[in-house]
Design a protein around this ligand. Structure first.
Ligand SMILES: Nc1ncnc2c1ncn2[C@@H]1O[C@H](COP(=O)(O)OP(=O)(O)O)[C@@H](O)[C@H]1O
Ligand SMILES: [Mg+2]
Length: 261
């Protein structure tokens, strides 16, 4: 069970979009995937069709030690893709975590250890933009890898620097095995000279971290959430699907190189 967070302290960099679409690609590879929506905005939750809702939610799991993650998992319309809902259902968890005297940073990790290792091949975490939020700290304690989506603009350089620094800090303080899995560009406009410059230069700037694949701006990417599906199940032929397919292959290759199946 490989646990990957999509994180960037900036909003609108494609975290939610990528969580859903990489999950879709992993399903196409025959993997079992759980999305945990750790954003109180709940966009991942509202962009997927849930066919079987759980009676309990993440707030119940955080507050009540008798509630396990198994009790809060919902099935989506996509076979093999499950989700733990975020959004307003997370509000209580946020408050409860903040009030905890002890162990508030490790609650999610402790909940995850009770999930059987074989329940899923991958768990992808959709995160809110604020790094210092107790929800995101719980994610950084619990995951194996962080994937960083960035948008090409004048701030994107600072954006991933802060993220890498946060991962380093988390590794030193709370999660020694935490690693950055890589950085990829989203909503790239191949017609823009700034974007083309970034596409060419970025892989040289961070050779170990930058993915070769970048996700092009594509209107289909915006339509798939309205159909409540990952892109590859909505329009498998569009450029967005091609890009997310290539990115997922690159992610799987990277994990294989690390000795993970
Ligand atoms: N490749 C893309 N092409 C077109 N629109 C995109 C693409 N990637 C993301 N978007 C749009 O950009 C906006 C922000 O993306 P989102 O995934 O919600 O970012 P975040 O979760 O980081 O805040 C959304 O409206 C989304 O539909
Ligand atoms: Mg989001």
């Amino acid at each position: 069970m490989i646990k990957i967070a999509l994180m960037n302290q900036k909003g609108g960099t494609g975290k939610t979009t990528s969580v859903i679409n990489i999950s879709g690609e992993l399903i196409r590879h025959g993997k079992k995937v759980l999305i945990i929506d750790m954003d109180t905005q709940g966009n991942a939750t509202s962009n997927l069709e849930i066919i079987q809702e759980a009676d309990k939610n993440m707030t119940d799991a955080v507050i009540d030690t008798n509630v396990t993650l198994n009790d809060v998992i919902c099935h989506t319309v996509i076979d093999g893709l499950d989700i733990i809902q975020g959004g307003t259902l997370l509000g209580g968890a946020f408050v409860a975590l903040q009030k905890m005297m002890m162990g508030r940073e490790t609650v999610l990790k402790r909940l995850l250890t009770k999930l059987p290792e074989t329940a899923y091949d991958f768990i992808l975490f959709d995160c809110s933009p604020s790094l210092e939020s107790i929800l995101n700290i719980n994610v950084l304690v619990a995951v194996d890898y962080v994937l960083i989506p960035i948008r090409v603009d004048k701030n994107s350089i600072e954006g991933y620097g802060t993220m890498l620094e946060t991962i380093r800090e988390a590794r030193e303080m709370v999660n020694p095995s935490l690693q950055a899995l890589g950085i990829f560009m989203t909503a790239v406009e191949t017609g823009s000279s700034l974007d083309r410059e970034m596409i060419n230069e970025f892989p040289n700037m961070l050779p170990d971290l930058a993915f070769q694949t970048y996700i092009r701006r594509n209107i289909e990417v915006r339509k798939a959430p309205l159909a409540l599906k990952p892109l590859c199940f909505y329009n498998p032929r569009c450029t967005g699907s091609q890009d997310y397919s290539n990115l997922t292959n690159e992610i799987l290759d990277r994990l294989k190189a690390e000795g993970i199946k």
